[in-house]
Structures are given as C-alpha cells and as structure tokens.
Design a binder for this molecule. Structure first.
Ligand SMILES: O=C(O)CCC(=O)C(=O)O
Length: 212
C-alpha cells in the first residue's frame, strides 16, 4: 500500500517525505492536501540560484532588515518586487509560471529576504492581492513551513502539517492549502522536522502569485 502511495506520489510529482502531518486527518484529506501543497525538490540548480541572487542582491542589500510587517506577520525581513529580469532568470521564472500557474502568473515577483533571526508568523495571504495559487523558490537555506487549519468556531484547529522546504525547492500552495490553512516559516530555534533540527540561515524566497 505504502509502495503504491509512493509510486502515485512520484508520478504526480509530490514529495511525501517532505510533509509531516499532525492532528486528525483522514486519508482522503491528506491526499487532497498533498495535491494542493506540493514541494518540488531541486527546482533550481546551484547556478540558477547564483544567477537569481546576482540580480537580487544589489537591490535588496541596500534595504535594512525591518522588525515588523504592517500586519505583524513578519519579523526580521526585507522585501522588494521586481518585474524585469535578465533573460537567464526569466527562463527560471517562466518555468515557475508554467509549473504552478499554467503560464498565467502575475508579472510582479515578490522577493522576501528573511534574516537568520527572522520569522513569518501564521497568516493567510489576503484575497484582495492574491489569487488561488502561491509558488515560492527557496534560496540560500532550508526551512520549515507550517500549515495549520484555520479555526472555525471556538475549538482550536486540529489539523496541521509541517513541510520541509529544502534550499533550491519550489513549493506550490493552492486552493485548500492556500485558503483553509494559515502558513508560517518557523523561527530558527523552532525549525525541526521529523524530530531533527533544520539549520535555518538567512533565506531568500522568490514568490510568484496569480491575480485574485
Ligand atoms: O517566504 C516564503 O516562502 C513565504 C512567504 C509568505 O508567507 C507570504 O508571502 O505570504
């Protein structure tokens, strides 16, 4: 049974070993979640990572790290948006657009630089600014992203999942995972996955979205 699940996951491009479920999930809920929250390892090569950073660093390194975002969701970060890219980096971003958005990503790409001590707290991206899909490439560091079902009513949420996002990977969060779960990037000292600590250093994410 497990072998069949792994084979099915491989065919569908899912990485089951990068997700750890907590709380009460039925197998069909897990399966739906795995469709809506994919992690693709080695989506970019080390050379592509270096190419993206060469274009990002001169702009982002001029900005100071900020201590809190307007909605208090992020600490220890700096960010920018970029529309124009070198032809070499455009190839990578077009690949994200094809893989996650059927070629219809928004032209603006969000770059989020999270300091080693930075943290992204649980939040759901506003439906005013972002459509049904969010896709992000992780550069420079691994990290753990936690998704937790949004509580409906007085009871605390009973479903969560930790995703290991390896450096060079792409995550694609859509539909159920995007709307029904908060997402957060765990602080360095809380970054554990399957009982192992994950060394979280400075991380730069390159995030594409589609129109609301
Ligand atoms: O850095 C990431 O990949 C996550 C960013 C995030 O939480 C967001 O932009 O809403």
């Amino acid at each position: 049974m497990l072998v069949l699940r792994r084979l099915e996951a491989k065919i569908l491009g899912r990485s089951l070993h990068l997700v750890e479920f907590a709380g009460q999930w039925t197998s069909s809920e897990r399966r739906q979640f795995e469709c809506d929250m994919r992690v693709i390892e080695n989506f970019v090569t080390p050379a592509e990572e270096a190419g993206l950073l060469r274009e990002i660093e001169p702009h982002i390194s001029r900005l100071p790290y900020e201590s809190s975002h307007w909605d208090e969701a992020i600490h220890g970060y700096r960010e920018l948006e970029r529309r124009k890219w070198s032809p070499q980096n455009r190839v990578v971003l077009d690949r994200v657009s094809r893989e996650a958005f059927g070629g219809r990503a928004m032209p603006f790409v969000h770059i989020l630089d999270l300091a080693e001590v930075g943290v992204i707290k649980p939040h759901v991206d506003s439906i005013r600014f972002c459509g049904h899909t969010i896709a992000g490439i992780s550069l420079l560091s691994d990290c753990v992203m936690r998704l937790q079902r949004v509580a409906k009513g007085p009871d605390p949420p009973c479903q969560s999942a930790d995703l290991l996002l390896p450096r060079h990977s792409l995550y694609i969060m859509r539909a159920l995972a995007r709307y029904e779960f908060t997402h957060e990037i765990l602080a360095r000292e809380e970054s554990r996955f399957r009982n192992r600590s994950v060394e979280r250093r400075r991380r730069v994410s390159v995030i594409c979205r589609n129109d609301p």
